[in-house]
Design a binder for this molecule. Structure first.
Ligand SMILES: *[C@@H]1O[C@H](CO)[C@@H](O)[C@H](O)[C@H]1NC(C)=O
Ligand SMILES: *[C@@H]1O[C@H](CO)[C@@H](O)[C@H](O)[C@H]1NC(C)=O
Ligand SMILES: *[C@@H]1O[C@H](CO)[C@@H](O)[C@H](O)[C@H]1NC(C)=O
Length: 461
């Protein structure tokens, strides 16, 4: 059993064939690839080469019912549950709202800067909304780069560890305003009806002109109803953004939805100074928008609302014990805005064809595009060259599945070779080190990626 050698890998979908699966609409979308516009700014593609396969034709239950009680890492997940992006590309989606970092850089008031950073931290997880597809596990040594002149940044990331999987990234402003970096260790837990992904690892944002550093950790993401019912996503946990120059902080509480869904997708928190004085309240939904308001105004509004509904929730049944699907509470209500609030961020609508393309945002649609001229420039380890992701994006599920298996087999063989000759794997663009602000273990960019010296890179594809 090859699984015993390499339990963390999700193996290829040998048991499922996709020949019978139906394509939503086989007419290919017009591929509007990247072409420079008149103003010199590149236009990126806004759709994938092919729509996704319908998952309805595959019995999820038949695949997963035998897995209950097993470690998630041992379960063979068919590729049809993936989305055609590597986890390295998925974390690059933090950069979709880079304008919020640019805004923070431009503000002279420190509380307003913290508000913009808080909005950025929330917006960074907003792309996960309705994204139930699982990104591909990066191979050890896999890299991803993204340069966006119009947004003013460049980013490089590398899969620096396989057991446990760790992805390190480093982004920097093209004009020297900020550095944004981190390392993410997604810890997955299978709860029978749901999968919980805890994104361990610290995220650090440095606003260089202001000599300010902020650090935080993302909330926990949970995908519900993986066996029965409709898949949906919840994020919960407390995110603390620390200003390391002063010890001031912003506390954001991503609320679990609760039995009656009153708090579905709700985020609520505040910014406090060193003496714990609340400077402002921040509230909204990570799927929608975030606002800030004076703490006293907020409290008095909440008090007058409470008078309105005296009764409280009855018994919160432990939802893990019953057999029914945990449906997403049907709450249409949007954020109720307290008078006097300031809008910090609002989510962009998804493109109309998003639902047939893994619920991707426009930004996500463009991430795996091999733009003209890139082939000769990218590192050969770049995700855009991964044949399994490419095949899936083109709608060739059988090929994607075979290629995924081949790559994982190749990775296992390379590891065995290294073990035989007592060779240690060495990372290329990041070094294990200590985050100078939090003191925790982190992966620090060693620099030089954009000099494009690709000698001695491993052959991983
Ligand atoms: C963050 O630290 C800087 C530098 O000491 C300070 O000027 C600023 O007031 C702090 N900002 C917030 C929002 O805590
Ligand atoms: C996309 O969102 C819809 C609506 O919530 C959901 O039913 C569907 O399962 C989602 N698709 C993916 C691939 O996550
Ligand atoms: C930036 O902050 C650090 C630590 O808080 C301090 O040592 C340094 O002198 C500051 N530099 C500037 C230019 O303010």
């Amino acid at each position: 059993n090859k699984n015993s050698l390499d339990s963390d890998e999700d193996e290829g979908a040998s048991e499922a064939s996709f020949k019978d699966a139906q394509v939503f609409d086989s007419s290919r979308q017009k591929n509007n690839g990247s072409v420079p516009q008149e103003n010199g700014i590149k236009k990126h593609r806004t759709s994938l080469p092919a729509p996704m396969f319908s998952r309805n034709t595959i019995s999820v239950f038949s695949i997963l019912k035998k897995c209950i009680g097993q470690e998630l890492s041992k379960i063979t997940m068919p590729i049809v549950f993936n989305e055609p992006l590597s986890f390295l590309q998925r974390i690059t989606e933090y950069m979709e709202h880079t304008y919020l970092i640019n805004r923070a850089c431009s503000l002279s008031d420190s509380t307003e800067r913290m508000q913009a950073v808080a909005a950025f931290a929330v917006s960074a997880v907003a792309s996960q909304w309705e994204r139930t597809g699982k990104p591909f596990n990066p191979l050890l040594g896999e890299t991803y780069e993204l340069i966006r002149e119009e947004q003013g940044f460049r980013l490089v990331s590398e899969q620096v560890s396989h057991h446990p999987p760790v992805s390190a990234f480093h982004a920097e402003s093209l004009v020297g305003d900020f550095v944004f970096h981190g390392s993410i260790y997604p810890k997955l837990k299978f709860w029978g009806k749901s999968v919980e992904a805890e994104p361990k690892g610290t995220i650090t944002l440095e606003l260089l002109k202001h000599n300010e550093t902020y650090t935080w950790t993302n909330p926990t993401c949970c995908v519900h109803n993986i066996i029965l019912g409709k898949l949906w996503i919840e994020q919960y946990g407390t995110v603390e953004i620390l200003n390391h120059s002063t010890g001031d902080k912003c506390v954001l509480n991503f609320k679990p939805c609760g039995m009656f869904g009153k708090e579905l997708h709700t985020v609520e928190g505040y910014i406090q100074d060193k003496s714990k004085k609340k400077l402002c309240v921040i509230y909204g939904k990570w799927t929608e928008c975030m606002w800030s308001v004076d703490p006293q105004v907020y409290e008095s509004q909440k008090k007058s609302e409470k008078k309105g509904d005296g009764k409280k929730n009855k018994n919160e049944v432990d939802r893990a014990v019953n057999d029914d699907a945990d449906d997403m509470p049907d709450v249409q209500e949007t954020v109720s805005v307290v008078p006097g609030s300031t809008l910090l961020w609002r989510i962009d609508p998804r493109p109309a064809h998003s639902s047939t393309m893994y619920n991707f945002t426009n930004f996500a649609m463009s991430l795996n595009e091999l733009e003209p001229g890139m082939e000769g420039i990218l590192a050969p380890t770049d995700c855009r060259f991964r044949p399994d992701i490419k095949a899936m994006e083109n709608g060739n599920m059988d090929e994607a599945s075979q290629e995924k298996e081949r790559l994982e087999e190749k990775q296992r063989a390379a590891r065995k070779e290294r073990a035989k000759s007592n060779q240690e794997w060495s990372t290329r663009w990041f070094q294990s080190g200590t985050n100078p602000y939090t003191g925790s273990q982190d992966w620090i960019y060693s620099g030089g990626y954009f000099n494009r010296n690709y000698r001695n890179l491993p052959d991983i594809y």
